[in-house]
Design a protein around this ligand. Structure first.
Ligand code: DGI
Ligand code: FE
Ligand code: FE
Length: 188
């Protein structure tokens, strides 16, 4: 599982030690969930390692990097700032780290918002990001239990939490988050 170790110091430079450790825990959690729900554990590990590689800690630096890519212009604005790191992450994973697998790239792309009709790998990363062992928020145990029983239920719970938290603060919510919520509410 150490195929990507040569990139670790580069990722740490961009996102910091603390967030990188979150990525490692996400990758480990994703491996386990992939085994359980039938995704490729190696792809799950890779997606976990790189899912936040676009979350460059220096905001000016992140902006500078993002401005290089016209296709990110929809996310440059403050409105979608939280989503930008996922989309920038796809580009960096592809261009810097040589990730070519579309399922892995989609798992990175949708790890923040989710979307309707996610692949197993996408769901595994979406859920692992939220329940990795470093997460301690109220209700995390409930989502961890769901991740073992019914991963669609876990996705639905996470979307509900995101929508509740963001709407409470009157923050912009990406339509994919609502679509994922409705889709997995019915599917679970
Ligand atoms: O990058 P992480 O912190 O590990 O986790 P993440 O990529 O799920 O990002 C979480 C943040 O993104 C959290 O503050 C909620 C926010 N977020 C998720 N969906 C949306 C969103 N923010 C906005 N504005 N709109 C969304 O649809
Ligand atoms: Fe993220
Ligand atoms: Fe994350």
């Amino acid at each position: 599982m150490s195929k990507y170790e040569k990139f670790y110091s580069m990722i740490i430079q961009d996102i910091g030690q603390w967030r990188f450790e979150h990525s490692l825990r996400t990758a480990e959690c994703a491996c386990v969930l992939a085994e359980k729900w039938g995704a490729d554990p190696e792809q799950a590990f890779a997606a976990g390692i790189f899912h936040d590689c676009g979350k460059i800690q220096d905001r000016d630096e992140q902006r500078k990097e993002a401005l290089k890519y016209e296709e990110l212009s929809d996310y440059w604005g403050l409105k979608s700032f939280n989503v930008l790191h996922a989309k920038l992450g796809v580009i960096l994973a592809r261009e810097r780290y040589g990730i070519t697998n579309d399922d892995v790239l989609n798992a990175i792309s949708y790890h923040t918002t989710g979307r309707a009709g996610m692949s197993i790998l996408e769901k595994v990363i979406f859920v692992s990001d939220c329940i990795e062992l470093g997460r301690t928020f109220d209700g995390v145990e409930n989502i961890r239990a769901a991740a073992q029983q019914n991963i669609d239920e876990a996705v639905c719970l996470i979307c509900a939490r995101t929508i509740a938290q963001l709407s409470e603060k009157f923050l912009f919510i990406e339509y994919h988050t609502f679509e994922a919520y409705n889709y997995y509410l019915r599917k679970r």
